[in-house]
Design a protein around this ligand. Structure first.
Ligand SMILES: N[C@@H](CCC(=O)N[C@@H](CS)C(=O)NCC(=O)O)C(=O)O
Ligand SMILES: [Fe+2]
Length: 357
């Protein structure tokens, strides 16, 4: 079974794609974004996949790739186009090559025009194509910087993308209106720049008159991407919390396991966000926990210390997850949720004050 997720970076409107072979538990990521590496690692781990490699559709001008950071975190290999000019890759790709994951593979097609090194990745059964900025939904990548050429792009799209079956789904590197996918047949008919009814000269005229402002992050993104996303200052990525062995969930919550908390109870502030009758009810509460019901937390947050980490607790771990969000908003940096709440704490037979057996 193919595992497929479309992930989004709202800052640059970039899509990242996760493709996995569920049986083999092997996956790859197309166009990861540096700022979302933590999110992507959480998803890959929650799905039980091993990230084999990251692939770029091109040297991006609007965001920094997560390729290097993912390699640091998960040991994934960095794959880029041979023609991209990027340094630091583990494998460079050329047209006709395959990138395998489990029993599945992507076929590499060269689709230059937006940049020299643009690639399109086509799934083995030709049901999906990841076109980067060669074909966007009812649009295409600009051709006014980074070796762009409208003539080259026109030919790439016609020869390499529109030659795929009409039913082949197109997944682009960006969409600025919230659209998520298209198909070859649809773009052949309705793409205002590239539809089959549009001629090469029409296309070139269109592209010469787009008059777009340069991407906001371009000056930082292009040099970083030419190093596959390796930051000049390695500390830029050393922002993982160190006060406890925390895990980051795909839902965006830092979590802590009960056995760690039991051993380090006195080093943290434990904030129990249940109602008083639950705190004093059959599940009991953790010794030293301070009762602040969730509804009162925002108002009472000022009474908590910022110099000692906070662990939030509730019955199942749901309300206390929301409590970590509230506390972070209130300016607390060292905050984590007790995973599984009092239910897991009790299931692991850890000690409580009060409560019934
Ligand atoms: N406002 C965007 C600019 C986006 C942009 O120029 N995107 C490039 C892709 S890297 C493009 O080709 N856009 C085509 C279009 O907007 O029609 C930003 O600052 O990031
Ligand atoms: Fe681009």
């Amino acid at each position: 079974m193919l595992q497929f997720r479309q992930l989004f970076d709202p800052q640059s409107s970039t899509y990242t794609y996760l493709l996995g072979d569920a049986a083999a538990r092997q996956a790859l990521l197309i166009d990861p974004v540096f700022d979302h590496v933590r999110r992507d690692v959480a998803l890959i781990e929650e799905l039980g996949l091993k990230l084999l490699c990251t692939l770029e559709t091109h040297v991006h001008a609007d965001h920094v790739t997560g390729a290097w950071l993912l390699k640091e975190r998960l040991g994934s290999r960095i794959l880029v186009a041979a023609a991209s000019g990027a340094e630091g890759a583990d494998r460079t790709l050329k047209a006709g090559e395959r990138v395998e994951f489990g029993k599945r593979y992507l076929e590499v097609r060269a689709t230059p025009g937006h940049t020299n090194g643009c690639l399109t990745y086509v799934l083995d059964d030709r049901s999906m194509a990841f076109t980067g900025d060669a074909v966007l939904i009812r649009g295409c990548g600009r051709t006014d910087f980074q070796q762009g050429s409208a003539r080259t792009l026109f030919r790439s799209v016609r020869e390499q993308v529109f030659s795929l079956p009409d039913g082949c789904l197109i997944y682009p590197a960006h969409d600025y209106r919230g659209l998520t996918a298209s198909s070859v047949g649809e773009e052949k008919l309705y793409n205002p720049r590239l539809a089959e009814s549009v001629g090469e000269q029409d296309f070139i005229g269109y592209m010469e008159n787009l008059q777009l402002a340069h991407p906001k992050q371009m000056d930082a993104a292009v040099p970083a991407n030419l190093q596959c996303g390796r930051p000049r200052d390695a500390r830029a990525f050393a922002d993982e919390p160190v006060w406890a062995p925390l895990t980051y969930t795909f839902a965006g919550i830092w979590e802590l396991q009960p056995d760690w908390l039991e051993e380090h109870r006195r080093e943290v502030q434990i904030v129990d966000v249940r109602e008083p009758e639950e705190f004093n009810g059959p599940l009991g509460h953790i010794e030293g926990a301070r009762l602040v019901p969730l509804a009162a937390l925002a108002a009472q947050a000022g009474e908590l210390s910022k110099s000692q980490p906070i662990v939030t607790v509730c019955r199942s771990g749901a309300r206390s997850a929301q409590a970590t969000v509230l506390l972070r908003k209130a300016g607390f940096d060292q905050v984590a949720n007790l995973s599984g709440g009092m239910l897991r704490w009790r299931a692991q037979r850890l000690p409580v004050d009060g409560g019934t057996d």
